[in-house]
Design a protein around this ligand. Structure first.
Ligand code: PRP
Ligand code: URA
Length: 212
């Protein structure tokens, strides 16, 4: 795959370890959910390095001091339903006050085109850093639609976090939206004839919610 300035591969050994566990078909629903959440926390730690900050004054037992904290109301998390929901709690661990929006998209089984069925976003989302989350970036169609929708609402600082990505999907998002930072933990080999990532982990939504 070509190199893109806006694509960041977060392949910390701890993340790699957890990704190996969720790929395993013998990992059950409970374990899968927990690990997806943990990976999201680890990825958030790195991908929010440039989170907006503000200075506050703090009184220690000894003196007053100026300190830097995360700017209030500056972050929104937007999971792509369904599978993105599995990553939300992991990020809220680090940003408990973040607002959460939801974009519902499903891929048509035959065309692999995304279809929107739900959208509810926080007030003033255009003023926030918006992190779209979805564990799987396959053709890139769903991510591109979500980004387009957020841009149409006036969002200017959008990021995308996916755990496993296919090169073709990363290329599509990186080239369509060069202004978006894309964070993935693993670049897999390719897509199969049904649009599933190989080696991948199967259907993330089904594995999180136990629907298969
Ligand atoms: C999966 C996944 C992404 C999308 C990725 O969702 O969670 O949203 O496919 O594929 P793409 O990059 O080719 O668009 P799916 O449509 O299966 O819906 P679900 O989460 O409700 O199972
Ligand atoms: N969606 C998934 O859940 N898994 C894939 O491999 C591709 C799209």
């Amino acid at each position: 795959m070509k190199e893109y300035k806006n694509v960041h591969i977060l392949d910390h050994p701890l993340i790699r370890h957890k990704v190996a566990l969720i790929r395993d078909k013998n990992t059950n629903t409970k374990q899968f959910r927990e690990i997806i959440c943990e990976i999201a926390t680890l990825m958030a730690y790195e991908s929010f390095k440039d989170v907006p900050t503000q200075e506050i004054e703090v009184e220690t037992p000894l003196e007053r001091t100026k300190q830097t904290v995360v700017k209030e109301n500056s972050v929104a998390i937007v999971p792509i339903l369904r599978a993105g929901l599995g990553m939300v709690d992991g990020i809220l661990t680090l940003f408990p006050a973040a607002k959460v929006g939801h974009i519902g998209l499903y891929r048509d089984k035959h065309t692999l085109e995304p279809h929107e069925y739900y959208c509810k976003l926080p007030k003033n989302i255009e003023e926030k850093v918006v992190m779209i989350v979805d564990p799987m970036l396959a053709t890139g169609g769903s991510a591109c639609d979500a980004i387009k929708l957020l841009k149409a609402r006036g969002c200017k600082r959008i990021k995308l976090m996916s755990i496993i990505a296919a090169p073709v999907g990363v290329e599509k998002v990186a080239e369509t939206h060069p202004d978006i930072d894309i964070y993935v933990s693993t670049l897999d080999r390719c897509l199969n004839e049904n649009g599933y990532i190989l080696p991948g982990l199967g259907d993330a939504g089904d594995r999180i919610f136990g629907t298969k």
